[in-house]
Design a binder for this molecule. Structure first.
Ligand SMILES: [Zn+2]
Length: 259
C-alpha cells in the first residue's frame, strides 16, 4: 500500500488539516513539533480519534533542535526529552513513528558517533517501553554531510537497536548530489514497511539548502521504483505546499498504475 500526505497541516491546524487531507483522498499526515512539543495530551487524544475515524495514518516529527551526540551533556538530555515528549504525544495520537534528525558528527569519526547515538536511542527506547507507549523511534536520513544519518547508518541503527527509520529521498539526493534508486531499494530489501519523506530540494556541495516544490521529474522516478518493487510505503511530502504536492503525487501514481 502507498499512503500519501503532508508534513504538517499546510497552516490549517491539525483538525482542519486532517479534514482537508481526507477530502482530497489522501491518507497520511505528519504532525510537526518543529520548535517544541506544546500539544496538550487531551488534544493529542482528540486528534488521534479523528485521524482514526478518517483512516489517516499519523506520524510525528520531533523538534529540529536535537543532537544526541552533543559534547554538552545538558543538550543531550534536552534532546532526549524532546524525543520522549514527542513519543508521549505520538502514543495518544495513535502515531506509530517519531521522526527526528539524530545528531551531528562535529568532526568526529562516524563510528564513534554511531555508538553514541545508538546508546542514547536504546536509552530512550527504555522510557518508551516502561510507559508502554505504542510507538517507534525513526531516525531520518539527513541532507548534510555534517549530520549523522546516511542510509547505511539509519539501517544499521534499525538492525542493532530495533528502532524504525525514515528515508528522506530528497535528503539522500542533497547529501550525495545524486541518488541511485536501484541502490537505495536494494538496501531496503527485506524491510516490510518504509516511512519516507519527499519533496523537491535545493542543495549545494555542502548538502541540503531548502525543501522546494515537488516537480514531476523529481517524483516520477521514485514512484516507478515503488510500483516496481511493490513497496509498502508512506510518503510524507515536505515541500512548501505539501498538501497540493501530495495530491499531485497521487495523480502521478494513478496514471503510472494504469500503464
Ligand atoms: Zn525529512
Amino acid at each position: 500500500m502507498i499512503r500519501l500526505g503532508p508534513a504538517g497541516s499546510g497552516g490549517l491546524g491539525n483538525t482542519k488539516g486532517l479534514e482537508e487531507v481526507k477530502k482530497l483522498g489522501l491518507n497520511a499526515m505528519e504532525v510537526e513539533f518543529t520548535y517544541g512539543v506544546r500539544m496538550p495530551i487531551a488534544e493529542a487524544k482528540k486528534i488521534g480519534v479523528l485521524a482514526k475515524t478518517l483512516d489517516i495514518a499519523l506520524s510525528v516529527h520531533a523538534p529540529y533542535y536535537i543532537n544526541l551526540a552533543s559534547f554538552d551533556k545538558e543538550k543531550v538530555g534536552a534532546s532526549k526529552k524532546r524525543i520522549i515528549d514527542s513519543s508521549e504525544r505520538a502514543h495518544y495520537l495513535g502515531a506509530k513513528y517519531i521522526v527526528f534528525h539524530a545528531g551531528f558528527y562535529q568532526e568526529r569519526e562516524k563510528e564513534e558517533i554511531f555508538k553514541i547515538i545508538k546508546k542514547e536511542i536504546i536509552d530512550v527506547q527504555k522510557t518508551i517501553k516502561k510507559n508502554n507507549w505504542k510507538v517507534n523511534l525513526a531516525p531520518e536520513t539527513t541532507g548534510k554531510k555534517t549530520q549523522f544519518g546516511d542510509l547505511d547508518e539509519v539501517l544499521r541503527l534499525h538492525k542493532e537497536t530495533g528502532c524504525e527509520f525514515c528515508v528522506d529521498f530528497a535528503h539522500l539526493l542533497a547529501r550525495d548530489g545524486n541518488i541511485s534508486y536501484d541502490k537505495v531499494f536494494d538496501k531496503l530489501k527485506g524491510i516490510k514497511y518504509v516511512h519516507a519523506h519527499f519533496s523537491g530540494i535545493e542543495f549545494t556541495e555542502k548538502g541540503e539548502k531548502r525543501h522546494q516544490k515537488t516537480r514531476k521529474n523529481d517524483i516520477i522516478p521514485l514512484v516507478k521504483f515503488i510500483l516496481k518493487r511493490k513497496t509498502d510505503i508512506t510518503i510524507i511530502n515536505e515541500s512548501p505546499d505539501p498538501i497540493r504536492d501530495s495530491l499531485e503525487t497521487k495523480k502521478i501514481i494513478n496514471s503510472l498504475r494504469k500503464l
